[in-house]
Design a protein around this ligand. Structure first.
Ligand code: GLY
Length: 374
């Protein structure tokens, strides 16, 4: 990488890569990406919304360094993470003559990053991918760590690969054009790092997240850098989510994926919103089981609600029975022998995995939550 200093390195031996977080990084995109652009061209996959909001700016940054962007624009939304869009993207990449040694740029949020990363991992048995996340969710989580994939009828992200990017390039100023709902949803993934292992960051979040959402550049930079450092360290310890620390990043996700399935992975419930509900439920269940002080569960729910995030299934219009949601959770890819590994917590900043919650207990808990939501 030339022209800029990495903020962090994801240390993975020969697959190590830099993560650069810098406001204005897009203006230097050409200089930074020059080593990865064969013949002065690079394929950039993005979605229609990001193309409109940031496409010209990113392309101008590339041009400044003598690189021409060859754009592929997909439809925005979770529905794009499916077999048919993957097949079309592969055909488009092949039509552009992408070769195995080439790098494809994923410019967008989690959907573009996961879809493009997956396509890059299987095209000609593996091309390079450069993640350029433009949503808060992708900046703090999905663009780092190499998880790629699509959703299938049986569940979310059930088909995919681990394919580490060559570089992650984050320009926090992209958040200025991100719709507010997306920003709030992404915030759920940011506060997740505080809930998993950083109580001081949770204190910071309580004091500064209002400013972050309102557009304070320093608050955004601080939060993103804190999350990137946390994610890089976790991925370095447990790259393939093999029963180590990376599992904790699924805090709120087993509940969240079941809720997303209920809404058909539609924009009725954004991924980050589902995670917010899932995290509130995980803390509530942990408190009910005596793992976590009830005051911590209340504090988590209060903070998420203050950030305008849903904290119960009913807030997203979901009235499914506990048994139906528990059944969906049983099919989660983290289930082993039908037993689900849940991420619960001993308190704020102290997440843990738990394999002792039975489907019946889960169903009863979810029914209680639904009844309490009235
Ligand atoms: N988003 C969870 C992970 O990267 O492991």
């Amino acid at each position: 990488m030339s022209g800029a200093h990495p903020t962090d390195i994801v240390v993975l031996g020969e697959r190590s890569y830099p993560v650069l977080v810098e406001a204005g990084a897009f203006e230097q995109a050409g200089a930074i990406l020059k080593p990865y652009a064969r013949g002065g061209r690079i394929v950039v996959v993005t979605d229609r919304d990001v193309f409109q909001a940031q496409g010209a700016r990113f392309a101008a940054g590339l041009e400044r360094g003598g690189i021409t962007a060859d754009g592929i624009v997909v439809a925005p939304g979770e529905g794009t993470k499916d077999w048919s869009h993957l097949a079309r993207l592969i055909d488009d990449l092949l039509a552009r003559g992408v070769e195995r040694g080439d790098h494809i740029v994923a410019l967008g949020g989690g959907v573009v990053g996961d879809l493009t990363g997956f396509a890059a991992s299987i095209l000609k048995r593996g091309c390079g991918v450069i993640q350029v996340p433009t949503s808060l969710l992708a900046m703090v989580d999905s663009a780092i760590g190499g998880k790629t994939g699509i959703n299938v009828a049986a569940g979310k992200n059930l088909v995919g690969t681990f394919h580490q990017p060559t570089l992650v390039l984050i320009d926090p100023s992209c958040l200025d054009t991100l719709p507010e709902r997306q920003l709030r949803a992404g915030y759920a993934e940011a506060v997740k790092y505080a809930l998993i292992g950083d109580p001081a960051f949770f204190d910071w979040c309580e004091r500064h997240s209002g400013a972050l959402l309102a557009g304070d550049a320093q608050a955004r930079l601080r939060a993103i850098r804190t999350c990137v450092a946390a994610k890089a360290a976790i991925v370095a310890q447990d790259e393939r989510d093999a029963g180590g620390r990376r599992a904790l990043l699924n805090l709120g996700h087993s509940f969240g994926h079941a809720l997303e399935a209920e809404t058909g992975y539609s924009d009725a419930l954004l991924h980050g919103e589902a995670v917010a509900i899932g995290m509130a439920l995980a803390f509530r269940l942990a408190a009910q089981r005596g793992l976590c002080p009830p005051g911590d569960a209340e504090r988590v729910e209060r903070h998420l609600a203050a950030m305008g995030l849903p904290t119960r299934p009913s807030h997203a219009g979901i009235n499914a029975s506990g048994a139906a949601l528990a059944e969906r959770m049983r099919h989660d890819k983290k289930a082993q022998g039908g037993i689900l590994t849940l991420v619960l917590a001993n308190g704020i900043g102290s997440a843990c995995t738990d394999r002792s919650v039975t489907p019946d207990e889960l169903a009863a808990f979810l029914d209680e939550v639904q009844a309490a939501s009235g």
